[in-house]
Write a protein that binds this ligand. Structure first.
Ligand code: HEM
Length: 473
């Protein structure tokens, strides 16, 4: 991509690119046929590209293959799009990609159906309900964390994903699969997610139906995922009185016309929840411990807080409010490693700032890039949990959007933050994680989430922790 003029560090001072009034300027550097697809092809390049395009204006245009896509850079405009003007947009390209394995689940439903479904599904995600899951969260994740062996290197993303997936399954579906079946579900979700992303970045439909090895792998992953989830649902159908969880809620849910959800609807909803919940939170936990391994002072402060609040007792919901530094570590990780892109599509002509987005315009925006804008955050690339201290000036509300905003905002935000705090405190009460020696550095890469290229860590048993450290490994 061409570099903007030196003075163009912020988009308002960016170079003037030829375009009609009201039409967003096109970012330079596109290639015939591929457009800016090449800049988005490498998973690290994507993150840089999303940051770079901010210099060209509050809303700019890029080309992804044959598609012209508007990138909304200005946080105030993003917020307006997600809240005041939310009815003028559908979920867009990402939704089309996710239809690969979901036909009608909450993250991809639209309009009235979405509102009804969201209202029906909200109770298990209410703050008080999430508080009631803390005991289950501890019971599910503590055995995995306690079983780590200092002689073994952990593949952090996988390890965290197995924990977060089991936490969601235990809290919301009353089911905790053994490690191997859990791994099959996890790998299937990963495969299906990657395929969805490829559909967005290279929207060439003809490629999707070819009998290639990749497409066969996607079909196998979709069916493994369906099998795993179907088993859990069938167990609920066989013994309906034994459960009181999200699946039972879905089984008793009716639409506005009084029609109950059928098995396929429930299957889609449960699968979508698994896809939306486990990698996202796992990636946050992986980054958090990576950042701690690079900053021993922050790790020491975490250990001090956890040791003094827990004092060797088992973690409960009551402890969580007394772990403010742990909360700030989670918040800072959510800032630095936020989702790198989300999508929308204009359902009608929409005015956003000085720009008119015609009906059908595909839109992308990047919480990751907003969160690293130096005009919004001082030293934006620095991991600094203290920037969230209440005594420090806080960024504008719309400049922090790890969970999106408005009516499509993450339904699991409180769940995710609670789970991240619980797992962080559990790990910190017992272990110090060191990054394993590796060839090359750990890079952030843009897949469905903003994840570490590869992160392996070695758990070292803390010898200075109260009580629990004396227990056997
Ligand atoms: C740190 C972890 C998480 C992050 C960063 C995250 C991020 C997001 C974001 C940005 C959206 C909005 C997408 C958009 O506007 O296009 C979203 C939606 C959603 N998330 Fe999360 N999420 C996380 C964890 C979870 C968890 C734990 C669950 C469930 C247990 C969950 C379930 C959902 C669902 C169902 C939606 C769709 C909501 C709707 O369309 O009404 N997420 N998430």
């Amino acid at each position: 991509m061409e570099t903007p003029t030196k003075s163009a560090t912020r988009h308002r001072k960016g170079p003037v690119l030829a375009s009609a009034p009201g039409i967003p300027p096109i970012v330079p550097g596109r290639l015939p046929l591929l457009g800016h697809g090449l800049s988005m092809a490498g998973s690290s390049n994507r993150l840089k590209f999303m940051r770079d395009v901010r210099a060209y204006g509050p809303i700019v245009r890029i080309r992804l293959g044959p598609k012209s896509v508007a990138v909304v850079n200005d946080p105030a405009l993003i917020h307006e799009m997600l809240t005041r003007q939310a009815d003028a947009f559908s979920k867009g390209l990402l939704l089309e990609g996710l239809k690969l394995f979901n036909k009608d689940a909450l993250p991809i439903t639209e309009g009235r159906v979405h509102l009804t479904r969201r209202r029906q599904m909200h109770p298990p995600f209410h703050r008080e309900m999430v508080r009631s899951y803390v005991e289950k969260m501890v019971r599910t994740s503590a055995p995995a964390i306690d079983s780590w062996d200092p002689a073994t290197t952990l593949d952090m993303k996988t390890e965290m994903q197995l924990i977060t997936q089991n936490v969601v399954m235990s809290a919301l579906f009353s089911s905790v699969p053994a490690r191997e079946p859990a791994r099959v579900i996890l790998e299937s979700v990963d495969t299906v997610f990657r395929a969805a992303l490829l559909r967005v970045l290279l929207p060439i439909r003809a490629l999707e139906s070819l009998p290639t090895r990749g497409n066969r792998k996607i079909a196998a992953a979709s069916s493994a995922l369906r099998d795993g989830v179907t088993e859990i649902i069938e167990d609920h159908q066989r013994r309906p009185d034994s459960f009181q969880d999200l699946i039972s809620l879905l089984m008793n849910t009716q639409d506005d016309a009084g029609k109950a959800m059928d098995s396929n609807d429930i299957l889609s909803e449960v699968t979508a929840l698994l896809a939306a919940s486990s990698e996202t939170t796992a990636v946050v936990l992986s980054w958090l411990f990576y950042e701690l391994s690079r900053n021993r002072d922050l790790e020491r402060r975490l250990h001090e807080e956890v040791d003094s609040v827990l004092a060797g007792d088992e973690l409960t919901a009551d402890h969580l409010g007394r772990l403010p530094f742990t909360g700030r570590l989670v918040q800072e990780t959510l800032r630095l490693y936020a989702p790198w892109f989300l999508t929308r599509q204009a359902l009608r002509d929409v005015r956003l700032g000085k720009t008119v987005l015609p009906t059908g315009t595909d839109v992308i925006f990047s919480p990751y890039a907003v969160h690293r804008d130096p005009s919004l955050y001082a030293n934006p690339d620095r991991f600094d949990p203290d920037r969230w201290h209440p005594d420090r000036p806080q960024p504008p509300r719309e400049a922090f959007l790890p969970f999106g905003a408005g009516k499509r905002m993450c339904i699991g935000d409180v769940f995710a933050e609670t789970e991240a705090k619980v797992v962080t405190a559990l790990i910190a009460s017992r272990w110090s994680l060191k990054a394993a020696p590796m060839r090359g550095s750990v890079r952030a890469v843009g897949q469905m989430t903003t994840q570490p290229s590869r992160l392996r860590m070695i758990p070292e048993l803390r010898t200075d922790a109260p009580d629990r450290s004396a227990q056997s490994v």
